[in-house]
Design a protein around this ligand. Structure first.
Ligand SMILES: Cc1cc2nc3c(=O)[nH]c(=O)nc-3n(C[C@H](O)[C@H](O)[C@H](O)COP(=O)(O)OP(=O)(O)OC[C@H]3O[C@@H](n4cnc5c(N)ncnc54)[C@H](O)[C@@H]3O)c2cc1C
Length: 605
């Protein structure tokens, strides 16, 4: 199993040299404590915990998996102790308000933390990750009493949380939710129904689990407009915060999955369980989606995590494994053969992984600054500010979630490929990374749903192309500014062309959609991937610009780091960005080629 080493140099490059986080934090109302020394110490400590505690449990957690018996789940050996250390270190509440016992740091630092936790051990990261969703929902929509009761133990990590949306008949289409909520005389609700696929739905890491559950009131209108949101604790909580009797929430099984085996995915039966409404009646889905953009960034990070982890394993192997001679002549004449890293095709795979990990990280950090502004809007009760940044983030989120998880999966597969047949063998850990990465394109909205959200909702319906115009405006500005720089001209030229083309494609789809409604769904995947490739190109050009400036300046930092950035940017523009052209061609083809085939004509006996 590759041992995880946090890529701190790259993280510091992005934080300090590319995106100027020190200035960003200084300007935030909750950023004053995130001074450079504190941020640096957090990075070091988090890296240490992930490398020394979580990474060693990754392979054993996969081999052992979770155990289920008598309605209870036992996590793999070592998880309980690691979680206790995680909670004691205050990591759960890193980015939550001090009034609930958190450290009050900006949200972006939590994103940096998540990448390290997730690269070291994604299964482990699922438990605190789901708690974040529950905490954010209560913080935003709970009343004062609910916040006072539930937030401190969640922030402390003493309790954990879940998000209970999915039911057997529906995951994407939550309008079909059937779980019922019957009002009770004491103001609570009796929640009855079955939720499936609930991550961290049952486990032995915390003394209580707070489920956030979607359910319908008896008189609710059908569809998404009739869904309400409830807090349902596994163990009821007394008014003074102490634990009361067991609630009627029963874990009837856990799923046997392809990957993330140490993360318990539970079937939960709510048998007239006591629940408490959160947010307004029938507005549950809206409330749940408040933090959806930031939650989806959490899943987008998974793409980066698996690209990074797989890259680290593949790189080490490619330097050791020997096979034949490099075509340009012997590279290691005293050895029986050259290391495979000297072959161009192996380099293609390694550089793809590196480009995805580092390019994806840059995309995430940029979006995390938007998320910081959005959270500031909430903390300052400034709705206008919240909405402005949530909208900006809303455009980027499906690109990040959809594109980065697809690319993370590709990078994880390439890691196996670099190992040859050994990549398929369990003990090297490379196949685990590919299995663990597979879920990322499915949950938190499949890639198909991200693509529809991006093109259908964010681009066509809500902004009629304005979201693309604004984002490409930033890219075009960068291109113009760097067109005269000989070292960056080729990136600037490509970016200017793609920025213009992205708008043209959007217009063409908008026009086609007037006559042919299926054209939006038909184009959406290609539009998403195209958007992803162009967005990542911008962030590679940005990194190249900073690296080239640093090289020109000289200074104490190693020039090799910056030269590697320039080489990877060149690789990205030569080898990965051209894929956007195929997507551009396909996205404007009539939907007929997809829709014409009759349902019964797909296959014949
Ligand atoms: C390991 C794991 C953990 C999970 N954790 C949680 C959790 O903690 N909480 C929770 O509530 N859920 C959880 N889920 C559920 C997950 O979010 C859903 O599986 C996911 O949203 C997809 O829903 P579905 O499985 O019902 O697929 P469906 O909605 O049935 O989709 C099937 C296919 O149809 C496509 N499709 C559906 N509708 C459309 C459309 N209108 N246009 C185009 N294509 C469409 C989809 O893209 C997909 O390819 C988890 C699932 C797994 C496997």
């Amino acid at each position: 199993m590759p041992a995880y080493k946090a890529p701190l140099r790259d993280m510091r490059f992005l934080l300090n040299e590319v995106f100027d986080f020190p200035a960003h934090y200084a300007a935030l109302s909750n950023g004053k404590d995130a001074d450079p020394d504190t941020v640096s110490a957090i990075l070091d400590e988090c890296a240490k915990f992930c490398e020394e505690v979580l990474s060693p449990l990754n392979l054993s957690g996969d081999e052992e998996g979770c155990h289920f018996g008598n309605g209870e789940v036992t996590t793999p050996k070592g998880f309980k102790e690691a979680y206790a250390q995680f909670a004691a270190g205050g990591w759960q509440g890193l980015s939550h308000p001090t009034e609930y016992g958190g450290q009050g740091m900006p949200m972006s630092l939590g994103v940096v933390k998540t990448e390290m936790l997730g690269s070291a051990n994604w299964s482990f990261n699922m438990y605190p990750g789901l708690s974040l969703g529950a905490m954010n929902t209560i913080m935003q929509h709970g009343d004062a009493a609910q916040k006072a009761l539930y937030m401190p133990p969640l922030v402390e990590g003493r309790w954990s949380g879940t998000m209970c949306l999915t039911e057997p008949q529906c995951g994407t289409d939550l309008g079909q939710v059937k779980t019922k909520a019957e009002p009770q005389a004491d103001g609570s609700y009796a929640i009855t129904g079955t939720k499936i696929f609930i991550s961290a739905g049952e486990h032995d890491l915390t003394e209580n689990i707070i489920h956030i559950v979607l359910a319908r009131l008896p008189d609710a209108p059908p569809g998404t407009k009739g869904i309400s949101l409830f807090i349902v604790p596994k163990i009821k909580v007394n008014a003074d915060g102490s634990l009361g009797e067991r609630n009627r929430v029963v874990c009837s099984s856990i799923e046997h999955k392809m990957g993330i085996k140490a993360s318990a995915t539970a079937v939960l039966n709510f048998e007239a369980a006591t629940g408490y409404m959160i947010a307004e009646p029938n507005k549950g889905l809206e409330a749940m989606f408040t933090f959806m953009n930031s939650a989806r960034i959490g899943t987008a990070v998974q793409g980066v995590c698996h690209a990074e982890a797989s890259f680290q394993g593949a790189l080490a192997y490619a330097k050791e494994r020997r096979s034949m001679r490099a075509l340009s002549g012997k590279k290691e004449p005293d050895k029986v053969a050259d290391a495979i890293i000297h072959h161009a095709d192996v380099r293609r795979m390694l550089l793809t992984q590196k480009a995805v990990a580092e390019g994806g990280r840059a995309m995430i950090y940029f979006a995390a600054q938007y998320a910081d502004h959005m959270v500031n809007g909430i903390l300052e009760n400034d709705d206008k500010k919240y909405k402005l940044w949530d909208d900006k983030l809303g455009f980027l989120t499906p690109i990040l979630k959809g594109f980065l998880t697809e690319m993370g999966l590709e990078a994880a597969n390439l890691g196996m490929q670099v190992f040859g047949g050994h990549g398929y063998i369990k003990e090297h850990g490379m196949e685990q990374i590919a299995r663990d990465a597979r879920i990322a394109t499915l949950y938190e909205g499949t890639t198909g749903i991200q693509a529809l959200d991006l093109l259908g909702r964010k681009v066509l319906v809500l902004t009629r192309g304005k979201a693309v115009r604004e984002f490409t405006g930033m890219i075009a500005k960068f291109a113009m500014e760097h067109m005269r720089n000989a070292k960056l001209r080729r990136y600037a030229t490509d970016l200017a062309r793609y920025a213009a083309e992205w708008n043209v494609l959007t217009m063409r789809i908008m026009l086609a959609a007037r006559k042919d409604r299926d054209s939006v769904s038909a184009a959406s995947h290609h539009f998403l991937m195209y958007s992803g490739y162009v967005t990542m190109a911008y962030f590679w050009a940005l990194q190249a610009a900073v690296a080239s400036q640093k090289l020109a300046q000289g200074g104490a930092e190693k020039p090799e780091f910056y030269k590697a950035k320039l080489a990877t940017a060149r690789f990205y523009f030569d080898h990965l960005l051209p894929r956007a052209k195929g997507h551009a061609t396909s996205m404007v083809k009539p939907s007929k080629s997809l829709m014409k085939l009759e349902v019964d004509a797909f296959a014949f006996e």
